[in-house]
Design a protein around this ligand. Sequence first.
Ligand code: PMP
Length: 452
Amino acid sequence: MRETNFLIENNARHLWHPMAHPAEMQAHPPRIVNAAEGVEIVDIHGKKVLDAVGGLWNVNLGYSCEPVKRAIREQLEELPYYSTFRGTTNSPLIELSYELAEWFKEDGLTRSFFTSGGSDSVETCLRLARQYHKINGQPERTKFIALKKGYHGTHFGGASVNGNQNFRRNYEPLLPGVFHLPAPWTYRNPFGTSDGAEVAAAIGRLFEEEIAFQGADTIAALILEPVLGAGGVIVPHDSFLPLMRAISDRHGILLIADEVITAFGRTGAWTGSRLWGVKPDLMSTAKAITNGYYPFGAVMIADKVAEVFESNKNGTGTIGHGYTYSGHPVGAAAALATLKETSRLSVAANAAARGEELLDGLENLQNRHELIGDVRGKGLMCALELVSDRGSKTPAPKEILQTVQDATYEAGVLVRTSGPNVILSPPLVITANDVARIVSALDAGLAAAGGR
Ligand code: PMP
């Protein structure tokens, strides 16, 4: 391997990073991660830290998951690639679609369509939603409703339903016919209340109002994350998802659950929708489906939607959409092994138990550090929202977040920052001891930022 200075200099010179300003990589070089084991990563200086980011909310089983590594190696030897366009398919993928149908049977999601990641999965859902209505004789149902603060990836469809201007403004004009409702957020919302049930009901009223204004017969789908992730881990009130499902049903609007982060256990349930007993019409997944070891995703399709396509009414059921890597055999083998381990290790139950401990720990930190305005979480997705003044809820400046992140790293734990939020999404296999390590390192990080 090249020497450290060469790597740092050339990273800044040649490599553009997602979601970052190129110049920032010179001013504040990223950490070069060289190795990983268990739930820890090792940087180029040999420093070992607990990865409380879990890769990017995806390495749910940690870095030493031998069955997944073995499955990838073996599949590479057997069949490293073949396409699934029409005339061909492959056996690990067929087995995977069978396993996923078993996994999501109780949600009524028994058909799958494969992709190479979360953005592809979202795009697939948006397209299938439009086509569903066209097959059904309602071609004018083309619009989408989404949530502010929602994150749905980076393709133009996904960016159009995104609810954060950082991911929109520089790329406009986006898809026409997309409308946003406020997020179910108790800490900040336009309704003047911090009562979750009131916030949910108010959003429901706005949804109804928007439907009446647009005309239900022009709306294809509502897309949302059951727990909003990148927008700062916004956990809705228990009434929210069932309410949005009921309103959608009343008006013939499909519900797309974007479960790219939440599927496969992160919230403490196997899907975020299941936390609230909601059955989506389309569900996007990716990330943890291969434990982050292979770029892969799956869209799960409800029977009701599938039957419309399969009936091929008006000869319009052909899917004019798909990727070179729709159903990559190596990804499929990785996913099969991941699902087996995910289920064998009961990681959802561990996420629920460790998540409660983590949330308790974070709430204790909030009692001691004025910097923490809000603490939120469900299972092992949590956020601290940092403020420079609790009364006015003024978001803490970027430098404070950088200091917290750097000092927490020095104390042995990697966390991620996004806007004013410190985001925690560790592997789902962490122990109570790991939780204590995360809380104690954050305590040091917050103290270094002058937070008391
Ligand atoms: N949807 C959600 C909810 C996500 O969190 C993400 C990625 N963080 C995406 C879609 C996009 O996934 P990818 O980055 O794999 O394209």
